[in-house]
Design a protein around this ligand. Structure first.
Ligand code: ZN
Length: 285
């Protein structure tokens, strides 16, 4: 697993086995804070071992940026910590978590030992956590999912964005307009760097351009898929909308971004088709 030192006492771990998903560790004089846990127990244990070895005190808090299992599966490994998340993150995990975990275990035996553990401290608007001289602003960043949040470390102004910022926005469970609004909100927060839910860190100098390109990407895919649906084109024609023609590279996350892109197109296609159906019917009449 790749470990990076982002600033004094702030580290990130990036998974080797699943989509470069990132877990963060903040060491303070009164214990540690972990942001997101990793999908596979073995990697989460590596992060815990680091926090125990280098930390000054136990892991006090785990913060989940949203309910998806690649960010929450490892919660149970931090038995001594309180788990913080959005009210909807707890709700999603309690209503859908058990079934999706059971499905995942069927396909992936490495997950057999995973126990579902939802946040026990929840919030709806901004929340602050103060520990050992560190202050963290935890703020909603909806779009990728409605329970998505970001964690801004005050002072250093390092933002853990979760999947609200990704090399290619992923809106399959979310909303394109809300994702674009959140990307603008991230810019307004003026972070010195952004730690994305997957992939590389973004520096202040890269941020404006990256956010512009993501907003442009969202506009491109919505316009083009809407056009196809309006023209009655079959779903197979989505293949002609390639990621580069929407202004994004196909390289990040070892090429996984192309799957995110295909997912986005398919989701939008079925959304627009559904929305246009009543009209189609009335035209036929
Ligand atoms: Zn994710």
């Amino acid at each position: 697993m790749r470990r990076d030192r982002i600033a004094e006492d702030i580290y990130t771990f990036s998974s080797d086995v699943y989509a470069q998903v990132v877990s963060g560790v903040i060491l303070t004089s009164e214990g540690s804070i972990v942001i997101d846990t990793l999908p596979f127990p073995e990697e989460t244990r590596e992060v815990l071992a680091f926090a125990r070895e280098r930390g000054r005190g136990p892991v006090r808090y785990v913060i989940n940026t949203h309910h998806h299992s690649d960010h929450t599966n490892g919660n149970y490994i931090y038995a001594e910590a309180e788990v913080i998340g959005h009210r909807l993150c707890r709700q999603r995990m309690l209503t859908q978590g058990a079934r999706s975990l059971a499905d995942a275990k069927r396909d992936t035996p490495e997950l057999n030992e995973v126990e579902l553990r939802a946040p026990n401290i929840v919030f709806e608007h901004d929340m602050f956590v103060h520990l050992g001289g560190r202050s963290l602003l935890i703020t909603p960043l909806p779009g990728h999912t409605d329970d998505s949040i970001g964690v801004m470390i005050e002072g250093d102004r390092i933002l853990f964005s979760g999947d609200a910022v990704l090399p290619v926005p992923h809106i399959v469970w979310g909303d394109t307009d809300e994702t674009a609004r959140t990307l603008r909100a991230v810019r307004t927060l003026k972070p010195e760097s952004v730690i994305q839910g997957h992939g590389d860190l973004l520096l202040k100098g890269e941020l404006a351009e990256e956010i512009e390109s993501s907003i442009h990407y969202l506009e491109s895919i919505t316009t083009r898929v809407r056009e196809l649906v309006q023209n009655g084109a079959p779903q197979a024609e989505l293949q002609e909308i390639d990621i580069e023609s929407c202004g994004k590279s196909r390289v990040p996350l070892d090429g996984l971004v192309q799957f995110l892109h295909r997912d986005n197109l398919a989701a939008l296609y079925s959304r627009y088709l559904k929305a246009s159906n009543p009209k189609v019917r009335s035209q036929r009449r």
